[in-house]
Design a binder for this molecule. Structure first.
Ligand SMILES: [Zn+2]
Ligand SMILES: [Zn+2]
Length: 291
């Protein structure tokens, strides 16, 4: 972990997460089939379109290109996961790739499993980056007015969604479509930081502890093939073998088929290059010039 991370408790985050966890518990006392369907659909919109395809594979690693309208749509979907604004998320994740499981990694299990799962969010300010750090790690997003606005105002889409859900189906829709769905999505994403750096198999001898973990992949639409990903970060495809189910990849292929994605980068198992060489090269690509 970095020095800045070892700071005071982040009470605002704790209170918000506590309310969402209580709302998630309340969901079980007001079950309806419609509310369950709303939660499943929103879990996919926020987790797959938003975080997996949007924040991670498009914005962070630029594994494919889309028209701006598509990029912005996926980014707004990402805000619905309540994991912060796009620029802050991207910077945290690019720092993770740069320092994976070494000093400076915001969430490595080498600092403790609990720390890597959610401790790093509840303590300190690892997700709030000063402008100099934003410029250093995400100049592409800093130059984009829409992305910077969304980075500031990322709670608005969630707030509007909450109001919409209440109007459509009352408290069952709010507790299922918002509270329980957000809590499950948060833990699923956090499992990528914790579980897939501890448990699973390693196809590539990366210099971090990343692993391929099938059950995290199932919860995150394919993000659990994390050793493949650390070995080949720019590849828009993470599940490399036929049995490595990667729904985010299917989503990107669908965009491509619709003419909404191009320049899709992918690694195929047979032509994968030595992982260490690729990591160095990719990190240089990620760290574009500061102004
Ligand atoms: Zn990782
Ligand atoms: Zn990544």
């Amino acid at each position: 972990m970095s020095e800045e991370s070892k700071q005071s408790i982040n009470w605002l985050v704790i209170v918000v997460f506590a309310i969402f966890h209580l709302g998630a518990l309340a969901a079980f006392f007001m079950f309806t089939w419609q509310a369950l369907i709303a939660a499943v659909v929103l879990y996919w919109i926020a987790g797959s379109l938003g975080i997996g395809m949007g924040y991670h594979r498009l914005l962070t690693h630029r594994g494919y290109k889309t028209p701006k309208a598509v990029e912005y749509f996926l980014s707004v979907c990402g805000t619905l996961a309540l994991e912060g604004g796009p620029a802050n998320w991207v910077v945290t994740h690019r720092i993770h790739h740069r320092y994976s499981d070494r000093d400076g990694d915001p969430h490595s299990p080498r600092d403790g499993g609990w720390w890597s799962h959610m401790g790093w969010i509840l303590v300190g300010r690892a997700q709030e980056h000063p402008e100099s750090v934003l410029w250093r790690y995400a100049p592409d997003l800093m130059r984009d007015r829409f992305q910077m606005q969304l980075n500031q105002l990322y709670v608005w889409p969630v707030a509007l969604l909450g109001l919409g859900l209440y109007g459509l189906g009352g408290w069952p829709f709010v507790t299922w479509g918002l509270c329980l769905r957000v809590v499950l999505g948060l833990h699923a994403t956090w499992l990528v930081n914790s579980a897939t750096h501890m448990w699973g198999s390693r196809r590539f001898a990366t210099r971090d502890d990343s692993r391929n973990n099938w059950w995290v992949a199932w919860l995150t639409f394919g993000e659990g093939w994390h050793n493949n990903h650390h070995a080949h970060p720019v590849s828009a495809r993470h599940g490399l073998a036929w049995y490595e189910i990667d729904m985010n990849w299917w989503g990107i292929r669908t965009l491509q088929w619709l003419g909404l994605a191009e320049g899709v980068r992918q690694v195929r198992l047979k032509d994968s290059i030595p992982p260490t060489a690729n990591l160095v090269e990719t990190q240089e690509n990620l760290l574009a010039e500061a102004p």
